[in-house]
Design a protein. Sequence first.
Length: 152
Amino acid sequence: MRVRDSLAFGAAQVEDRLSRDDAFRRLAALAAAEDPALDQSAVKGALLAREAQGGTIVADGLAIPHAILPKATKFQVLPLLVKSGIEWDGPHSPITLVICIIGPSTQPWNHVQLLARLARILRDPASAARLRGSIDSASLEAALREEDQRHD
């Protein structure tokens, strides 16, 4: 499963500063806006519940929070770059690049494939540096699409 197929146009966000709670709130709002079947508070709750099961940090400064929800009608990839970093539970804090995955609970295998693909992209130092170097939402979205294609 390719990242670019689940990356909504305009979903990428670049912020100077956010708390972890604000980041989860922002990601949940984006997911609910993109999929009307979803409730923002349910998305945020699912992300926090998954985080409580085990951290979603994949490398220094990089996290992939993710959740599957029964009401989700499609997969969503929601990138968030926070230039000052987010204090996160774990040894690799602060987190500067968050790429959230929301997906339907009826397709857990696609969720795992998408998670693995994102982890592979983010563990490539050149890819991670390119994404972190984005200056605005449009360049973050373009960089993620290009890095996904490069990892085909």
